[in-house]
Design a protein around this ligand. Structure first.
Ligand code: AMP
Length: 482
């Protein structure tokens, strides 16, 4: 099959040819003809399958008729993170070279002013993260009543980040008659419910399951002690890596991204960092530095890295094993892309054993261990960070540094009048304008990740006073002889 057979316009076909693509990927071959015919689509596909072009190309063809009006974008693409939104914008630039379309990006961390100007000019394509979009809409700066095509991308990621109530609200603000193109890597019940409510007789297209890992990736585990020894393990792995070009290194927590980043730099490695607390400019410049090869190591957290299309990553290191096995699949999928070979090595401490089992169960594959060290070899001291030290440290840390699970639990007790804490909410140091208005709809307690947490702690949060942590010694009850 060739792109010519899909019914795309001549302008779009020229741009595709200029990109060097000759054969549509399965999701493109299946989705494009239906999308051109105006059908709703439910695409079950993860990044790396070519799904961005599967919705970008037919949208460009359809947008050739008609023009945008001020404040009333014609199409809307919702993305969970700023980086993904920027990536989709790049796609429109690439495939839309022969079109004179206005593409606007509405993401947090950048000033409202420039974005407003673009919207005022009339956007053919609006690419947005949910929070910033609702802020604009609530301020009356944006009308969604002219939307002809709505794309909801990475819906399961939206669920993880607690955006589903926002998505529901947005779906109610766009016309009932719009076309909806909906993409998700997995279909948990909440996502199925959403598709049943907001899609009209969709064509269901499913490609490669999320739980499958590319056969081009060599996966290994390495046992390690925690603390400084774990960082030493990582350095040893990087230095000893065969065919090394560059690497993405994942940590579970933002504070560990920062610590590891500094440590690698101190040891002479050329490393950048990417996490949700960084302002948008810093995030984009880290990413660019990695893409262009100015830095060859990128230390990052899940929220900043998921779905990013960085071609040619030779190695992925899991400095921390992800607590959700599905994240493992997404993380290691940053390497071994487009048929290239890649290496994914995860550092395992004793505390990680249960995650190892979950990962192997999900990918239905046993992963080989590297090196002499085994978890059983580690002494008790190696295996555990002294509890007191860890507790003391945690009790003084703030919201953004919580473990994933801690963040999740606290999130559910958050006040509904607190400001947004979406990924796209401006971080304190970059906020260019007044605070976003509080959402009128209460937010449910979603499966939040540490990245999304930047609002004030509610109540005691996860802080537990030391006296409550002290072991309680009960005196044996006196037995009274009758
Ligand atoms: P996506 O799943 O949209 O993130 O795309 C993953 C990668 O595949 C991107 O680098 C695209 O540029 C690339 N790609 C998209 N369509 C094709 C195609 N038909 N042939 C080869 N590569 C493609």
């Amino acid at each position: 099959m060739t792109f010519n057979e899909l019914g795309l316009s001549a302008k779009v076909l020229q741009a595709v040819e200029a990109s060097g693509y000759t054969t549509p990927t399965p999701i493109q071959a299946q989705a494009i003809p239906h999308a051109l015919a105006g059908r709703d689509i439910l695409g079950i596909a993860q990044t790396g399958t070519g799904k961005t072009a599967a919705f970008t190309l037919p949208m460009l063809s359809r947008l050739e008729q008609g023009r945008a009006r001020a404040r009333m974008p014609r199409t809307l693409i919702l993305e969970p993170t700023r980086e993904l939104a920027a990536q989709v914008e790049e796609s429109f630039v690439r495939y839309g070279v022969n079109h004179k379309l206005n593409v606007a990006l509405l993401i947090g961390g950048v000033s409202f002013g420039d974005q407003e100007t673009k919207i005022m000019r009339g956007a053919d394509v609006l690419i947005a993260t949910p929070g910033r979009l609702l802020d604009f809409s609530e301020r009356g700066k944006l009308l969604l009543t002219g939307i002809e095509i709505l794309v909801i991308d990475e819906a399961d990621r939206m669920l993880d980040m607690g955006f589903i109530p926002d998505i529901e609200r947005i779906c109610k603000l766009v016309p009932f008659t719009r076309q909806t193109l909906f993409f998700s890597a997995t279909m948990p019940p909440e996502i199925t419910r959403l598709t049943e409510t907001f899609l009209h007789n969709p064509v269901r297209i499913e490609v490669a399951r999320a739980a499958s890992t590319a056969t081009t990736i060599t996966q290994n585990f390495v046992a390690s002690a925690t603390g400084p020894a774990k960082r030493e393990t990582l350095r040893r792995l990087i230095r000893g890596a065969a065919d090394f070009k560059n690497a993405i290194i994942f940590c579970n927590r933002k504070r560990d991204v920062a610590v590891l980043h500094k440590s690698l730099q101190k040891h002479g490695f050329n490393a950048g960092a990417l996490h949700g607390d960084m302002d948008q400019r810093a995030r984009m410049s880290s990413l660019d530095a990695f893409k262009t090869g100015d830095v060859d190591l990128l230390v990052c957290s899940d929220v900043a890295a998921r779905g990013l299309d960085i071609p040619d990553v030779s190695h992925v290191f899991n400095f921390d094993v992800p607590t959700h096995a599905e994240d493992y699949v997404h993380r290691i999928g940053r390497t071994g892309r487009a048929g290239k070979s890649g290496v994914a090595i995860s550092i395992i401490t004793r505390a990680d054993q249960k995650h190892v089992a979950e990962i192997e169960r999900l990918i239905a594959q046993k992963i080989d261990w590297l090196g002499e060290e085994t978890l059983a070899n580690l002494t008790e001291e190696d295996a555990e960070e002294p509890l007191g030290r860890e507790r003391g440290r945690r009790s003084t840390r703030k919201d953004s540094e919580k473990s994933e699970d801690g963040a999740t639990r606290r999130k559910s007790v958050r006040s509904s009048s607190a400001p947004r804490r979406d990924d796209e909410r401006p971080s304190a140091d970059s906020a260019p304008v007044r605070e976003a208005p509080a959402s009128s709809a209460p937010r449910r307690g979603p499966r939040r990740r540490p990245e999304d947490e930047d609002a004030p702690v509610v109540g005691m949060g996860d802080h537990v006073p030391m006296f409550l942590l002290r072991p309680v010694r009960l005196k044996p009850a006196k037995v009274v002889e009758e």
